[in-house]
Design a binder for this molecule. Structure first.
Ligand SMILES: Cc1ncc(COP(=O)(O)O)c(C=O)c1O
Length: 404
């Protein structure tokens, strides 16, 4: 894949007609190293967030070997990664998916949130006892952009009964939850862990594994920053320490967004302007689903030409290329006032879920790809150590060499 020092160099060379995904594998590697170093347990990458081989390669290079997978196609893909340990964390699976995961791919780790699912797992694995069974508990979503609380998870008496039954069936009993994606405040994990503690105490079971799920935030707006990731880890440790199982329980987390959001930008062209609305060549049916449906204001910048000296900035909205009026991104996306048809925009931090969700409605949605060697537009991972500063210097140096 072609490499460029930055998106502006790509525009100069390609004048691309289609949207371009600019990958920054170094950002994925950095995020993975941060989690592996700071999270006191296993780090499983939530495969659904982005399965680009370039980003997977970077995560692997950083040391990620565990993957949260949710379907047979994800398992088929992830199973090709050498040494991959797969956790089938979807609480509702088809019988054939359980059977194939177990028999063809050697998966021994399954999530569930009902006695029906427990029965399915037992029947489709031939009553295998060598299983890690994760009971997915329903926990409150606090300050999350994408709450997941209504769909999966068990609570109350049903939860205590399921914990007891799963305990009998499993070699390792785990508890898992998800506080909702893009959770801005660490207290969400504390509230979830308090709920976990209550239910474990009521069920009176020994729990071997505790998975705090995904939900760790990325950064999309300069001033809308969530708490630093270190505050999330500290709060989780505080919550775990208060649990009756603290000493003997192995921890896991399953970040998706936080590992890959910064690792891609989307480069789009302005195809028309109407006042403060820009018609761009990708949208909510493509990589920008979250900008429409979740109200994400991704960072943006004009690329390929310099703004005029002293040119003011203006807040714009975007229309995507399809005929549907849903294909609208309110923003505000702040760009130079004189932006016009033919200009290019870099939309940053689109690496989580963007391309994973993208479809081809109306014949749009095809994109090209290139590697970018510069830094993400916004980051949750400032250089903390001399080693990390050196690593950033090396990437800048490589970018200069590519430029030359
Ligand atoms: C079971 C499970 N684990 C992990 C994740 C990753 O979440 P996030 O991208 O918010 O870190 C998800 C996302 O939906 C999920 O459903």
């Amino acid at each position: 894949m072609e490499r460029f020092p930055a998106a502006s160099a790509l525009i100069g060379a390609w004048k691309p007609d289609r949207p371009v995904i600019g990958l920054r594998p170094h950002a994925a590697g950095r995020a993975a190293r941060w989690f592996l170093r700071h999270f006191p347990g296993d780090v499983a990458y939530a495969y659904k967030a982005n399965s680009s081989v370039f980003l997977l390669g970077a995560l692997y290079g950083a040391g990620i070997r565990k993957f949260d997978v949710a379907s047979i196609p994800e398992i088929e893909d992830a199973a090709t990664i050498p040494g991959a340990e797969l956790h089938f964390m979807h609480p509702v699976k088809s019988r054939i998916a359980i059977r194939r995961a177990f028999a063809e791919f050697g998966v021994r780790s399954f999530a569930l949130d009902s006695e029906d699912e427990l029965r399915k797992i037992a029947e489709e694995t031939g009553g295998c006892r060598d299983l890690t069974l994760w009971v997915r508990l329903a926990v409150p979503s606090l300050n999350s952009k994408i709450p997941l609380e209504r769909k999966y998870g068990v609570t109350g008496v049903k939860a205590t009964r399921l914990l007891a039954k799963a305990r009998q069936a499993a070699r390792e009993l785990g508890v898992t939850f998800h506080v909702g994606s893009q959770t801005a405040t660490p207290e969400a994990y504390l509230a979830a862990l308090m709920e976990v503690g209550k239910l474990i105490a009521r069920a009176d079971v020994v729990v071997d594994r505790l998975d705090v799920g995904g939900g760790f935030p990325s950064i999309y707006e300069e001033d809308g920053a969530a708490a630093p990731l270190s505050a999330f880890v500290d709060t989780i440790m505080d919550g775990v320490d208060r649990l009756p199982i603290a000493n003997r329980c192995r921890l896991m987390c399953e970040p998706g967004r936080a590992l890959v959001a910064e690792a891609e930008s989307l480069i789009v062209r302005v195809d028309a302007r109407r006042g403060n609305e820009l018609f761009i060549n990708d949208g909510s049916y493509g990589t920008l689903f979250d900008a429409t449906h979740m109200g994400f204001n991704f960072p943006v910048r004009l690329i390929g030409r310099e703004p005029e000296p002293g040119e003011p900035m203006t807040a714009f909205s975007f229309w995507g290329p399809t005929c549907d009026t849903v294909d609208f991104m309110k923003g505000p996306f702040v760009l130079p006032t004189k932006i016009k048809e033919g200009d290019y925009i870099e939309i940053g931090n689109t690496g989580a879920y963007g391309r994973a969700i993208a479809g081809r409605f109306n014949g749009y949605g095809a994109f090209d790809e290139a590697i970018l060697l510069d830094e993400p537009m916004l980051t949750m991972y400032p250089a903390e150590t001399e080693h990390e500063r050196r690593e950033r210097w090396e990437i800048r140096h490589e970018a200069q060499q590519v430029q030359a």
